[in-house]
Design a protein around this ligand. Structure first.
Ligand code: ADP
Ligand code: ADP
Length: 228
């Protein structure tokens, strides 16, 4: 099945004033796809992200995540599915400052119910995958912003998600670290990982296989590399 299949998904905030933040949208993201959603402030990006990430429910339409109709699920089942199938990467890294890189990654496994003995080896593997094998026991305060975002990506990957959902992943990085972070996302995608990146930055969107624009809550048809 597709990793994401939206059919007629919309979101209206009741207000008052009532705001239609997302107009009925169809979207299919296949396994291994790399999709960017680009649009200005207020266009509906956070609304879409919250829906895709199971943090909010649509006003209309249906959402199949990895073949599961998530609209039919109770909240606790959505929470479990979110933990096991979706990795989140945010603009701010959301790392615990007094926990090491490995401990930060292992927390995602605690919430996901991974057996205690398997956590550290999996965290070490995930940190190695993002090029931080030498920083396993470092505290975030001793890491650069680029390294912190890699820890956050390791944390997002450690439960082997079907989807990596990124919200302005380079928003707090200088241009050099941002470019290296985007190189890492490229490499993860080349390894088969499905990526959805939500951004207002054209240079971030340019890395994706397909770019979808969002304007005033309306999603455009995706443009492929050849069409851009
Ligand atoms: P973006 O992330 O692109 O800045 P948002 O999805 O945050 O866009 O917002 C889209 C529109 O929906 C905006 O007009 C915003 O003010 C409105 N909006 C977003 N969240 C809410 C909410 N919880 N309640 C009411 N209006 C909202
Ligand atoms: P972003 O930087 O991602 O675009 P926003 O500033 O648009 O973030 O929104 C931050 C949070 O506030 C989001 O969770 C969004 O849903 C909520 N929000 C945005 N606009 C409104 C609004 N008019 N009323 C209530 N909540 C809002």
């Amino acid at each position: 099945p597709a990793v994401i299949r939206l059919r007629g998904v919309s979101r209206t905030y009741p207000g008052p004033p009532e705001v239609t933040a997302l107009r009925p949208a169809d979207l299919v993201v296949a396994r291994g796809d790399y999709v960017a959603v680009v649009g200005p402030s207020g266009s509906g990006k956070s609304t879409l992200l919250n829906l895709l990430g199971l943090l909010d429910r649509p006003s209309t339409g249906s959402y199949d995540l990895d073949g599961v109709d998530v609209g039919a699920l109770a909240e606790r089942d959505r929470t479990a599915l979110r933990g096991s199938r979706i990795g989140f990467v945010f603009q701010t890294f959301h790392l615990l400052p007094h926990r090491t890189a490995a401990e930060n990654v292992m927390l995602a496994q605690v919430y996901n119910g991974t057996a205690r003995a398997r956590r550290r080896p999996a965290a070490v593997a995930a940190l190695s995958q993002v090029g931080l094998g030498h920083r396993i026991d470092s505290l975030p305060t001793t890491l650069s912003g680029g390294e912190c975002q890699r820890v956050a990506i390791a944390r997002a990957l450690v439960n082997a998600p079907a989807l990596l959902l990124c919200d302005e992943p380079t928003g707090n990085l200088d241009s050099g670290n941002a470019a290296r972070l985007l190189d890492l996302l490229d490499a993860l995608n080349a390894g088969g990982l499905t990526l959805v990146v939500i951004t207002h930055a054209a240079e971030v969107a340019d890395r994706a296989q397909r770019v979808i624009s969002i304007k005033d809550g309306t999603l455009s048809k995706a443009r492929t590399r050849e069409e851009r």
